[in-house]
Ligand binder design. Structure first.
Ligand code: GUN
Length: 286
């Protein structure tokens, strides 16, 4: 056990600082360029967590000065109707970002819907064009959670070059893009997933451990190297209480720095969505 407990990486504080800077930027864009960044969110069905996330995104827009439009469909909406709305939003001049809240009901083809969003308005960074740009390290609209993780590491003073980064989870939203971003910063990257044999053998070798597996307390104290930096992307609910994918209390005794859940990665995802919306709006000026 380390004698000093891990430093807590305060995502709430860092996101609030970033959003304060964005508020100044939207004020300047409005006064100097007559430009108000605009975000449209599309919510399908009535999943309570998705509803909460969309309302948090709306609140962030309001506090920064981003125009927000919320579009909601019932669970049984047809694919054609969703695609028609996205095409309208692609053509709408006051909308610079379009976000389709995931997960979608099973009858909808997620890829077909996400691919309909114009890459220029794809503030989630999920379109193949933006995913491809990330592979060649030329991304402007990059996925929000991975982008937020990179800022957390930077703000925590973590030197990434040459470090061994281990990622638990291979989703297109977090695991794969964060692997590419860490690789671009010259980490040696290992991606583990649900079929990885003996996960602990890999995680114990991580200088930087990113856990985005969607399983509460998947990572226990014995699976973490002393002094590692641990980024917990999980959001699980146990008996009504939020917890991440790592055993926070056990691991904070071994790690050098760790993100809490809630208050770590989550607020950064929203801040990065706001940043992408401003970036998309600014790109219309060129
Ligand atoms: N559902 C969970 N995470 C995300 C995200 O980053 N973007 C969208 N659109 N939906 C999500």
């Amino acid at each position: 056990m380390r004698s000093i407990p891990a430093v807590l990486i305060d995502g709430r504080k860092i996101a609030a600082e970033l959003q304060a800077g964005m508020k100044c930027e939207t004020e300047r864009l409005k006064s100097e360029q007559n430009l108000i960044p605009g975000l449209a969110t599309i919510l399908i069905g009535d999943d309570p967590a998705s509803r909460t996330y969309v309302s948090m995104k709306k609140k962030a827009c309001d506090s920064i000065g981003i125009y927000h439009e919320e579009h909601a469909f019932p669970e049984d909406v047809g694919e054609g109707e969703v695609i028609r709305l996205i095409r309208q939003l692609n053509d709408a001049s006051k909308i610079h970002g379009i976000l389709v809240q995931l997960p979608l009901p099973p009858h909808l083809n997620e890829r077909k819907i996400l691919n309909t969003v114009s890459p220029k308005k794809d503030v989630d960074g999920f379109h193949p064009v933006n995913m491809g740009n990330l592979i060649i390290s030329d991304g402007t609209l990059v996925p929000c959670t991975p982008a937020g993780i990179m800022i957390l590491l930077e703000r925590a003073g973590v030197d990434i070059e040459g470090k061994h980064a281990v990622i638990a989870g291979r989703s297109s939203i977090v695991g794969k893009p964060v692997a590419l971003m860490l690789l671009a910063k010259h980490a040696t990257v290992t991606i583990c997933h649900s079929k990885t044999r003996n996960l602990g053998e890999y995680t114990r070798r991580a200088d930087i451990l990113v856990v985005a597996a969607g399983r509460a307390k998947l990572i226990t104290e014995d699976m973490v190297k002393e002094g590692a930096v641990v980024i917990d992307v999980g959001i699980n609910r146990i008996d009504g209480k939020l917890c991440g994918d790592v055993d926070f209390e056990g691991i904070r005794k071994r790690a050098s720095a760790i993100t809490p859940v809630p208050g770590g990665v989550g607020p950064m995802t929203i801040a990065m969505l706001m940043r992408n919306t401003i970036t998309a709006a600014k790109s219309t000026l060129k």
